[in-house]
Design a protein around this ligand. Structure first.
Ligand code: SF4
Length: 174
């Protein structure tokens, strides 16, 4: 059986879910025999590839760029996995929904700036009015909750996917 093409994407999250993936430690070596990582924070590629079998999504949809990226990723991925509470529910990034993007930007770049306060005019992509979980933007196939999900849970989900099984993360809690 040829290795599956695996991608990981980091949207509006803290990278803790990726850290938890790395916490699978030496088990990653076993996974690497059955999966080729074609995209992720450590992969030097310019464009999200086509024909991806499994993509793990960390983070919520907060900006226009996130929305554009998740739509592209969805169109090129067979099985999309929402990895962690930010992707599954909005979680920490969604705490800004109560205040709105303008107030948050003002607080970060004007009120709390100690040097040269100014609103960003480039690099920071336009924020969406509300932070939303991934499945409200595109269809999601597997939900893996947790902040972050444990390394054991991530390994279990990946193992199921590599074996062609439908993972059921909810059954592995408790
Ligand atoms: S779910 Fe938790 S660990 Fe994962 S990106 Fe969000 S805040 Fe970080």
């Amino acid at each position: 059986m040829s290795p599956i093409r695996l991608a990981t994407v980091w949207l509006d999250g803290c990278s803790g879910c990726h850290m938890s993936l790395l916490d699978t430690d030496e088990r990653l070596i076993g996974l690497a025999q059955h999966a080729t990582v074609v995209w992720g924070p450590l992969v030097d590629a310019k464009e999200f590839p086509t024909d991806v079998d499994v993509t793990l999504i960390e983070g919520a949809i907060s900006s226009e760029e996130d929305l554009h990226r998740i739509r592209l990723v969805r169109s090129r991925t067979r099985i999309l996995v929402s990895l962690g509470d930010c992707a599954v529910t909005g979680n920490v990034p969604a705490m800004r929904n109560k205040f709105g993007p303008d107030a948050v930007l003002r607080r970060a770049y004007l009120d709390n700036a100690t040097l040269d306060p100014q609103m960003p005019r480039e690099i920071v992509p336009p924020l969406l009015p509300m932070v939303r979980p991934v499945h409200e933007a595109v269809p999601v196939d597997v939900f893996v909750p947790g902040c972050p999900p444990s390394a054991d849970l991530i390994f279990s989900v990946l193992s199921d996917l590599l074996e062609g099984k439908a993972p059921n993360p909810a059954a592995k809690f408790g």
